[in-house]
Design a protein around this ligand. Structure first.
Ligand SMILES: CC(C)(COP(=O)(O)OP(=O)(O)OC[C@H]1O[C@@H](n2cnc3c(N)ncnc32)[C@H](O)[C@@H]1OP(=O)(O)O)[C@@H](O)C(=O)NCCC(=O)NCCS
Length: 156
């Protein structure tokens, strides 16, 4: 294979801008979700909530497990974004972050992806001075009362 390009037409010019990782304890997260008047669910889009309910039915476990994994996913995305910013200013604070505008959704083969609302994607591009939207890669896991995620932000 020596000398053969790893990508049709030559090597793909990829660059890792940022990496994020997060772990969530499922039980405390579930308790917060169940608190009367809790607004935790508002952090997830209707599509995310629907998909987590479906995953819970399919796997025979709690919905909180799947929401915890997606919460870890959102935090991972924010960390990767923050890492990519370097010395540039952050466009959002933790108080005004549009959490439901960062959707973590599985495809038809259960592979998770990151889907940004238009406004969030625009802020991402402008905050990083990018002319085209970067690409997200994400992986989720949950086991033994913990959920975790890792996200990478890449440009081609
Ligand atoms: C991929 C695989 C190992 C995941 O195992 P798992 O025990 O469900 O994984 P974890 O419990 O650690 O994590 C679960 C999360 O993994 C993610 N996931 C599930 N299947 C996935 C897949 N095929 N690819 C990437 N991520 C996947 C989901 O986000 C899931 O979260 P959810 O249940 O809340 O939707 C398992 O689904 C598998 O063996 N799949 C068949 C083989 C396969 O996919 N082959 C393709 C590569 S050769």
């Amino acid at each position: 294979m020596k000398g053969k390009p790893a990508w049709p037409g030559g090597p793909a010019p990829t660059r890792l801008l940022g990496l994020g990782h997060d772990i969530v304890s499922v039980e405390p997260f579930a308790q917060q979700l169940a608190e009367p008047g809790s607004r935790m669910r508002d952090l997830f889009s209707p599509r995310e909530q629907r998909q987590c309910a479906e995953r819970s039915r399919f796997k025979g476990d709690s919905e909180a497990v799947h929401l915890s994994a997606r919460w870890a996913g959102k935090e991972s995305v924010v960390k990767a974004w923050s890492a990519a910013l370097g010395p540039r200013p952050a466009p959002y604070t933790l108080d005004d972050f549009p959490w439901a505008g960062i959707e973590i959704l599985d495809d038809s083969r259960s592979r998770p992806g990151v889907y940004l609302a238009d406004e969030v994607r625009d802020r991402l591009c402008s905050s990083l001075e990018l002319t085209a939207a970067p690409i997200w890669r994400i992986s989720l896991s949950h086991d033994g009362g913990l959920a975790s995620a890792a996200a990478a932000l890449v440009v081609w």
